[in-house]
Design a protein around this ligand. Structure first.
Ligand SMILES: Cc1cc2nc3c(=O)[nH]c(=O)nc-3n(C[C@H](O)[C@H](O)[C@H](O)COP(=O)(O)OP(=O)(O)OC[C@H]3O[C@@H](n4cnc5c(N)ncnc54)[C@H](O)[C@@H]3O)c2cc1C
Length: 408
């Protein structure tokens, strides 16, 4: 099989699908290649909790019927304390969300080749000209977009991305019914997305409970394979950590796992270098785009898909110019529109996951007494606001972090 398109997108995740929606809406020929079969899609790629915010829903025209539960607050927990912020959100049924994106991209003119495993980039004179698939088929295009997620199937071979294992975050979750969302001594998690910082449960990462309706919730843990995790490493698998939490926490005393509700996957938490080259762009978790602090990937990935589509339009509008320089517009847009201040947020992430459980309790106290503007600015990576939340006792951690950073 040989086919030719304006744009070929490898991977039907949120990033690739949004890119295809936008490219198709501009009238270009676009094909999306997805390794899973359409029947039962998404299966292993149904990996996400799907916690998101109104800005994502509005920016990308996502309908309410893919939402399991609209939430009205975000809760942060530490071992002995918590902080609640009123903030509207939505917990998506991730599979419905992905299928909506497929249907909408199709309505706009995108072609889908399910059951197509992309294996390698095709390269001619330094320009990527399409993809080779398992089985030998070749698909050519003016522009090739790698949206295969953390596998980065094309980007690593093209040599634009080097994903490092020490920066890999892994996560697992299940859905449960019979969860007690408002027991004595805990935060009220009815209508909440809750993240828990607690090395006893998720060393070097965090755990979560996202309310999905009545007494049901998505419950999971993730950790970055960082130094803090290795301090605690006792040979437990990620599933062991989740199971121990479920056994120990009274909120799960009567909880029953809902069949077929497992979501699991990984993402890399690291600063991207270049994300493009002649004829080629990498989007979403391939880059990686996921917000390092809170793991919010959907919005970031969709935005990176959109910026790739904007770049494709620029490259294909007046004649065809897919030179490295013109395609690098995407890198500029990514840094401006997808993840501004990514360096500050990575610093915050490393600090957040290096500190002790006691410091997490103290952080909750600080958050409860800080003004909203400071918190908003700190979350956006504003250094002065971050400094306001730091204490003298943080200096050893900062030094340790600095040492790690400067010794690589
Ligand atoms: C457990 C967990 C919980 C999460 N919770 C949240 C959350 O609450 N909120 C949030 O915003 N984000 C969350 N995320 C992150 C978010 O899900 C990801 O950032 C997002 O899905 C990445 O989108 P993507 O399109 O870049 O990649 P992916 O979603 O990984 O999609 C990649 C696609 O490419 C396909 N593919 C892979 N290899 C090939 C190949 N060789 N050929 C063809 N196709 C291929 C895959 O099947 C898949 O469909 C979570 C992630 C995990 C793992």
């Amino acid at each position: 099989m040989e086919r030719d398109y304006d744009v070929v997108v490898a991977g039907a995740g949120p990033a690739g699908l949004q890119c295809a929606r936008d490219v198709a809406a501009r009238g270009y020929d676009v094909a999306v290649l997805e390794r899973e079969d359409e029947d039962g899609f998404p299966s292993t790629s149904n990996k996400s909790t799907g916690g998101t915010f109104p800005s994502m829903m509005a920016s990308f025209g996502i309908p309410d019927d893919v939402v399991m539960k609209f939430t009205d607050k975000v809760v942060l927990e530490s071992p002995n304390s918590h902080y609640t912020q009123e903030h509207p959100g939505a917990v998506l049924e991730f599979a419905d969300f992905k299928n909506f994106l497929v249907e909408d991209a199709r309505d706009k003119g995108a072609e889908f080749l399910f059951g197509t495993q992309v294996a390698k980039p095709l390269v001619e004179d330094g320009t990527v000209t399409g993809v080779g698939c398992a089985g030998g088929d070749e698909i050519t295009a003016r522009l090739t977009v790698d949206a295969t997620g953390p596998g980065a199937v094309l980007a690593q071979k093209v040599g634009v991305i080097e994903l490092e294992r020490t920066n890999q975050a892994v996560g697992v979750e299940y859905e449960y019914e019979g969860v007690n969302l408002n027991p004595e001594g805990y935060a009220d998690l009815r209508g909440a997305m809750m993240l828990r910082l607690d090395h006893g449960i998720a060393p070097g990462g965090y755990a979560w409970i996202f309310h999905t309706g009545d007494d049901t919730a998505k419950v999971g843990v993730c950790y970055i394979q960082n130094e803090r995790y290795h301090d605690f490493d006792d040979g437990n698998t990620i599933d062991d950590y989740l199971n121990e939490w479920l056994e120990d926490d009274p909120r799960f005393e009567n909880a029953v796992r809902i069949d077929d509700s497992n979501h699991r996957g990984s993402a890399h938490i690291q600063e991207p270098g270049s994300m493009s080259t002649a004829g080629f762009m990498a989007v979403g978790d391939t880059v990686p785009s996921v917000d390092p602090v809170w793991g919010e990937g959907i919005n970031k990935c969709m935005r990176s898909g959109r910026m790739a589509a904007v770049t494709a339009d620029k490259c294909l509008t007046a004649g065809i110019d897919v030179s490295e320089e013109t395609v690098s517009t995407y890198d500029d847009l990514w840094h401006e529109e997808v993840a501004p201040r990514v360096g500050s947020r990575l610093t915050m992430t490393r600090l957040l996951y290096l500190v002790s459980n006691d410091r997490y309790d103290r952080l909750m106290k600080d958050l409860n007494s800080a003004d909203e503007e400071t918190l908003k600015k700190a979350n956006n990576g504003n250094k002065r606001a971050i400094m306001k939340l730091l204490h003298l006792r943080d200096i050893p951690t900062l030094l340790k972090f600095g040492k790690q950073r400067f010794t690589g």
